[in-house]
Structures are given as structure tokens and as C-alpha cells.
Design a protein. Structure first.
Length: 756
């Protein structure tokens, strides 16, 4: 009964709405009837006017008659066939003309009523929308700027982004012409030809970004960027984009092009606390804007699009590339000639050292970049965010100290730089990020190696072997460390060699991995397949192996594919976290203006591999006895009193040297080398010099001060122990121990031949 009553009132309301719209339509017809009838009458009158007829005569041309012969065909008579006639009874259908006419009329009234209602509502909303817009005449007077604070996990301030907005207004006439030309060339080449918005490229690009890339920042002209920076909030919405377009057209009616360009150069952020070209010139080059050279002006012109990404302090190489893009745009648009362009692009990028007080600078700018990707540049620079990060400043400062001291000890080996990344495997929190030996030492010091592409050497092997254990291999599987040649069509023969240049005969997988023998690893990869390994590594966290699988070969397991330290920390984190993948995180909490919580960190994990496999692999990597053939019994990989899983990696040409190790509490990734990829001294030995001593000091500090004692992973239920043919207990997944331990007669003793 209750449901029937609700249905009755629902249809009653619908009927009332329809009746209202029909009434609106009838009223509209009566109101508009007279002017419409006048128009119809005028058209009929126009059609009734008769034009005078005009006679045109043309000369008659007589053509000679041509007689064609008549051809007669014989007549063929066919017999006639009469079909019986069928009478179909007539059916008269009733006519509904009256009813149809009535319904049609009501539908017309209804449609007209809907249209008129929509028009009125749209006009009212449009009026309210435009009425609420700020006045473009206030450009330079109104700004929404609040500084963003970045803290460590204990509330210590690391950095304050754009605490002040230092502006020193200048006039366009005071500047060299190439400053304005560089800005126009890279930001808005049609600046002097549009009325505030660019229909040919800007709007189309903005629509594409909104629909395809879900990005509301693209397609802005210089005028749009000016009104966005000066008058609008940093919200990334379609409504704000529409406001931006309307205000840009409006501003073009109030100001000349040179006035707009001048306000832009005085208004936009160039990075740090510098707003406007004058303060930017002081920050980066310690000079007035009027004294900037062409190359300096080009570098500054490229900054407003992404001040953090293109900053010479955070990424000098990207800053140089961006500067050259500006110069190329100036050349293409004929602001400079070929000779000037060639000279400018070959000029080194020189800027003054950063003098701003900052803690953990590589991490701070990494956080800033991540925030900009999430919230947009304006929100980070002006939105007043309060970010509590995962970094522990005490651990960070100890890591910076260790790195400098240890690099000084091996400077004779042409090792000039290094990096340390510390994470907590159980949560993915980044505790320490040291991106180079000294951020402030030189322009190259600002380069963050933890996010850079490097070859991992043999440190990638544990990831490959974890896949092998899933494909039927065990820690006791016998691998053949003997010479081998791999041949493939269109490629030279591949002959892998071991780090020590020797062959070690038949060895169990445990010893092959622990001693980092190359040839067995290549043979195992050949069995499980390169494509399978690529797909698996991507699942584990290696995000850089995105090329076609045909571009990779068997050397992939020896470090033939470039990775980042961040990705390696993620992949090793799966092993350290008992098979669960947890993405790395840089924040614990992010608050907006007025302490409004925007985001709070809650770790989530994805099961990637069986816990038993990670237990066996971690046991191999922590087996100091098994790795003694290559590293000895007292190497830099051993921490007395603690069980730690660790693996080294060194590229053949000694350009990269890694050590990665973990416990249930900490994961430490260390790299040493040179920023310019020049080889280190060939005397550098993996596991003895280079990254290993740095890793050892860092891990020892963590375990003794933050570890809470020596503890290891509990043995999973699906892992069993059994004594094997080489006389020691081995771990197996249940069900694999019988066949694995019967692998006798595969080459005799497992003692390596040609022992180093």
C-alpha cells in the first residue's frame, strides 16, 4: 500500500512538471506568434511579386537531315498465359488524425517549453558566473600565495617552499629585446597574433590534455598564464579553465601586448622565492635582468612551465636541455640567426651556487616534484601545504657523513660520487635519500642519482633467481659453470664470462648466486626466458624496462638493462617483506590550508611471490659461508652479530658499483661511480672496495641504533630442511626436496675448480 502511494505521488509530480513545460510552450507560442506571422507574411508577399518576362531570341541553325537505313527484325509471337484472378478483401483501418494532431501539438509545446526553460537557466547561470569573475584590472594586486612546509617524520623543518614572493618590478623597455623574445618563442609563439587565447593550437591542445591525459594545465597562452597566476586559485578544474579563458580575452581588451608581456615577466614564478625576471636574474646569476646574456635569458624563459623540473639546482642536465629548446624555438621563429644559435647552444650552463638553507636537499626536491605531479605546481608553490615526510633527519645526516668519509678513502680509484637510499621494507617509507656526495659542491652535485638510470650489474641476479625458484629450480639445483656460446640470428655470438675470469664447474644454485657467478645466471635466464623475466621484473617494481623485449638479451641478468635505485629498493623490498610488494612513499601526512587533511599514508601490500621463496633466497644472500669463495670469510658484506641479506653488483667497465642489503627492519641501497659515466679505476673490487664499505657502515649504524636487536624471518610452514649430497642442510619448498636432493652424478664434487 505504501509503495502504491509513493508511485502515485511520483507520477503526479512528473505530470505537473510536464504540464508546466507545456504551458510555457503555449505561452511562448502566443508571445512569439505575431512577429512570426509578420515574417511569414513578408515572405509570402515577396514570393507574390511578378517579375517582367524577358524574351530572348537566338538564330535558328538548321542541320542537314541524315537518313538512316531501316532494319526490320522478325516478329516472334509467344503464347499467352492467363492466370486466375484473386480478389483481396479491402480492410478499412480507423483514422486517428485527430488524436495524432493533438499529441503532436502537445509535444511541440513541451519541446518549446523545455528549450525556453534551458535558455533562461543558462543565461542566469552565465550571468552569475561572469559576475563572480575577478577584474583583470587587478592583475599584480591580488595573489593567493601561502608557503608550503616540508618536515621530517619527527617534525623538524627541512625546507619552506616560497616563503616570500620577492618581486622587483621592471619595465619592458629596460630589458634586452631577447628576454621578451625568448619568453614568447617558448611559451606562446602566436602571442602577437591572438586575442588572448590560441584557437589554432592552444585550445585544441588543452582539450586533448583534458580528455586524453586528464590534465587541465595545457594549452595556456601568455595572457592565460598571467591571469591564472595573478587572479585565480590553483584549482585544476574545468570551471577554473573557463574562467581563465574569459579573463584572458577580457585582459586583452584592457592592455596592450607589451603591457601584458611586461606584467607576465614581473608576475610569474621562476623558482625558489623569485617571482619576476628581475629576482630570478639575481637568484640564478647574481645580476640585474638588464645585464642577462642571451643564454641566461633563454634558461630563465624555460623555467615558468615547471620551475622544479627545469631548475639547474635540481637537475642541471634538464635545465641545459630546456635552455637549448628555448634557443631552438628562437632560431625557428627567426629571433636569432644560425651563427648566434650555434654559439649559444655550445655555451656552458653557468649559475651561482644555491645559498638557501635546506636539509636533505635531494629528498626535498624529490618530494616537491612528487607533490607537483599530484597537486600541480601552483598548489605546491602557493597553496600552503604542510607535508610530514617519512625521512628521519638524524639518519639522513649520518648517511651524508658516512658517504663523504668513505668516498674520500677511495678517491684514488677515480670514484667521485655516491648515493645512499634507506627504506623500511615493511611500509615502503623512505628514511634517507642522499642523491650525491655534496649537493652544494658544484652544479653536478644537485643531480639526484637515486632517481637516475644506472646499470645494476649483478645486483639484479636475486630478482632473476627468485623467478627461477618459482619455475622449478631449488637452492640445491646443480648449475654448470663452464664455457658457453649463445648464437642468435643477426647478432654476434654471446660468450658470458665470470667476474674473476675463471670457470667453477658444477655448483649448486646457492653457491652460484652467493658468489655471483655470471655464466650459471645467464644459462638459467636462457631457460626461463628473457620475456618472462622482463614481465616479472616489472611486477616486482622495475619500471624502466619498457622497451620491446627484442631489445634485451641474456646479458639482462648481468645488469644489461638500466634501473634506478628507487626501483631496486622496491624490487628488493618484495624479498625483504616476505613476498609482498609495497610501493615506496615519501609522506606520512599531507595537510592543506587551515590544517585540512588532504592525505594520510596507509601502506597497502600486494602478494607477488610465495613467502617460502623469499625465505630461501634471503637465506642464500645472508650465507657468509657460501659466498666465501669470491668474497672471503671477513668481507665488507659481513656484520658481526647480525644476519643480513646482501648482494653486490659491478658493471664490466667499472662505471657502476652497487651494494644492496636488507633485514626485516631496513633496506639499504648504495651506489658509487661518476656522474659523467666515466669508468672507475679497474682495480676497484666488487664487495671489497667501493659501495660495500659504505653499505656496511650505514647498515651497522641502523642495526645498532634503531634495529632493536638481531632478529630474522620465521621459517614459513611451506619450507622444509633436508641434508643434501654436498653434506649440508638445505631449505626447500615442500614437495621439491625429494627430486632436488637426488641430483647426484652431475659432475662430481661441488667444490669450485680454479679456486681464486
Amino acid at each position: 500500500m505504501k509503495q502504491s502511494l509513493l508511485s502515485y505521488y511520483f507520477f503526479k509530480v512528473v505530470y505537473l512538471i510536464i504540464s508546466f513545460l507545456i504551458g510555457v510552450g503555449e505561452l511562448a507560442k502566443k508571445t512569439l506568434l505575431f512577429p512570426i506571422q509578420c515574417i511569414i507574411f513578408s515572405l509570402k508577399l515577396f514570393r507574390s511579386v511578378k517579375m517582367p518576362k524577358m524574351k530572348l531570341s537566338f538564330p535558328v541553325i538548321k542541320m542537314p537531315a541524315i537518313k538512316m537505313p531501316i532494319v526490320k527484325f522478325p516478329v516472334v509471337e509467344l503464347p499467352s498465359v492467363k492466370l486466375p484472378s484473386i480478389k483481396v478483401p479491402l480492410i478499412k483501418l480507423p483514422t486517428f488524425k485527430g488524436a495524432v494532431k493533438h499529441i503532436s501539438l502537445r509535444l511541440r509545446y513541451f519541446s518549446l517549453g523545455v528549450l525556453l526553460t534551458v535558455i533562461v537557466l543558462f543565461a542566469f547561470q552565465s550571468y552569475q558566473f561572469v559576475k563572480a569573475l575577478p577584474d583583470p584590472a587587478n592583475i599584480g594586486k591580488t595573489n593567493y600565495s601561502l608557503s608550503t612546509h616540508i618536515y621530517d617524520r619527527n617534525g623538524k623543518l627541512l625546507y619552506e617552499i616560497y616563503r616570500d614572493q620577492n618581486r622587483t618590478p621592471i619595465t619592458l623597455s629596460q630589458l634586452p629585446s631577447y628576454i621578451g623574445e625568448a619568453t614568447v618563442a617558448i611559451e606562446d609563439k602566436d602571442f602577437y597574433h591572438h586575442g588572448g587565447i590560441s584557437l589554432t593550437s592552444g585550445i585544441i591542445r588543452a582539450i586533448r590534455d583534458m580528455i586524453i591525459e586528464k590534465n587541465l594545465q595545457g594549452g595556456s597562452t601568455i595572457t592565460q598564464q598571467l591571469v591564472k597566476t595573478a587572479l585565480l586559485t590553483p584549482d585544476r578544474t574545468i570551471q577554473r579553465k573557463i574562467k581563465e579563458i574569459i579573463l584572458a580575452v577580457w585582459a586583452e581588451r584592457l592592455f596592450t601586448k607589451n603591457q601584458i608581456l611586461e606584467m607576465y615577466l614581473n608576475q610569474v614564478p621562476y623558482g625558489g622565492a623569485s617571482y619576476g625576471i628581475e629576482e630570478a636574474a639575481k637568484l640564478y646569476f647574481n645580476k640585474d635582468a638588464k645585464d642577462l646574456s642571451l643564454t641566461e635569458a633563454a634558461m630563465l624563459a624555460g623555467l615558468p612551465q615547471a620551475p622544479s623540473n627545469y631548475s639547474p639546482y635540481t637537475n642541471p642536465q634538464m635545465a641545459l636541455t630546456r635552455r637549448n629548446e628555448v634557443l631552438k624555438a628562437m632560431y625557428d621563429q627567426k629571433y636569432i640567426n644560425r651563427e648566434t644559435y650555434d654559439q649559444a647552444v655550445n655555451t656552458p650552463l653557468n649559475f651561482k651556487p644555491l645559498a638557501t638553507a635546506i636539509h636533505a636537499p635531494h629528498f626535498v626536491f624529490y618530494v616537491k616534484s612528487q607533490l607537483e605531479n599530484t597537486y600541480g605546481i601552483n598548489q605546491v608553490e602557493e597553496g600552503g601545504l604542510k607535508v610530514t615526510t617519512t625521512l628521519d633527519l638524524d639518519i639522513q645526516e649520518e648517511a651524508e657523513k658516512i658517504l663523504k668519509e668513505e668516498l674520500a678513502k677511495v678517491s684514488y680509484l677515480n670514484v667521485t660520487n655516491g648515493a645512499i637510499l634507506v627504506t623500511r621494507p615493511s611500509t615502503g617509507e623512505i628514511l634517507t635519500m642522499v642523491g650525491s656526495a655534496d649537493y652544494f659542491a658544484s652544479p653536478s652535485g644537485a643531480f639526484n642519482v637515486t632517481a637516475a638510470l644506472r646499470q645494476p650489474g649483478s645486483s639484479i641476479k636475486p630478482i632473476m633467481y627468485s623467478l627461477a625458484l618459482q619455475k622449478g629450480y631449488t637452492a640445491a639445483s646443480i648449475l654448470d659453470d663452464s664455457p658457453v656460446v649463445f648464437r642468435s640470428a643477426g647478432a654476434p655470438p654471446y660468450r658470458p664470462v665470470n667476474y674473476d675470469g675463471r670457470f667453477h664447474g658444477k655448483v649448486p644454485l646457492r653457491y652460484a648466486l652467493a658468489n655471483s657467478f655470471n655464466i650459471p645466471a645467464v644459462k638459467v635466464l636462457n631457460t626461463i626466458g628473457v620475456t618472462n623475466f622482463l614481465n616479472y621484473a616489472q611486477k616486482m617494481g622495475i619500471s624502466t624496462w619498457t622497451d620491446d623485449p627484442s631489445h634485451y638479451g641474456l646479458s639482462l641478468t648481468l645488469g644489461g638493462g638500466e634501473v634506478t635505485m628507487l626501483d631496486m629498493a622496491t624490487a628488493y623490498g618484495v624479498l625483504a617483506n616476505r613476498g609482498y610488494k609495497i610501493p615506496l612513499t615519501y609522506y606520512l601526512k599531507i595537510d592543506g590550508n587551515n590544517d585540512l587533511a588532504l592525505r594520510e599514508f596507509h601502506p597497502f601490500k600486494i602478494r607477488e611471490i610465495d613467502e617460502g621463496i623469499t625465505y630461501i633466497l634471503s637465506d642464500i644472500l645472508s650465507d657468509n659461508f657460501a659466498r666465501q669463495w669470491e668474497f672471503g670469510t671477513n668481507s665488507g658484506l659481513e656484520i658481526p652479530g647480525y644476519k643480513v641479506a646482501v648482494k653486490t653488483g659491478t658493471t664490466d667497465n667499472k662505471k657502476d658499483n652497487w651494494t644492496i642489503g636488507y633485514t626485516p627492519d631496513f633496506l639499504v641501497v648504495v651506489w658509487v661511480g661518476n656522474n659523467d659515466n666515466t669508468p672507475m679505476n679497474q682495480a676497484l673490487a666488487s664487495g671489497i672496495t667501493g659501495a660495500a664499505p659504505i653499505w656496511n657502515r650505514m647498515m651497522t649504524y641502523l642495526l645498532k641504533n634503531y634495529g632493536g636487536g638481531n632478529h630474522w624471518y620465521p621459517q614459513p610452514d611451506d619450507v622444509v630442511q633436508k641434508k643434501c649430497y654436498y653434506g649440508r642442510e638445505e631449505y626447500f619448498l615442500k614437495g621439491t626436496e625429494k627430486t632436488a636432493c637426488n641430483e647426484v652424478g652431475l659432475g662430481g664434487s661441488v667444490t669450485p675448480t680454479n679456486k681464486p
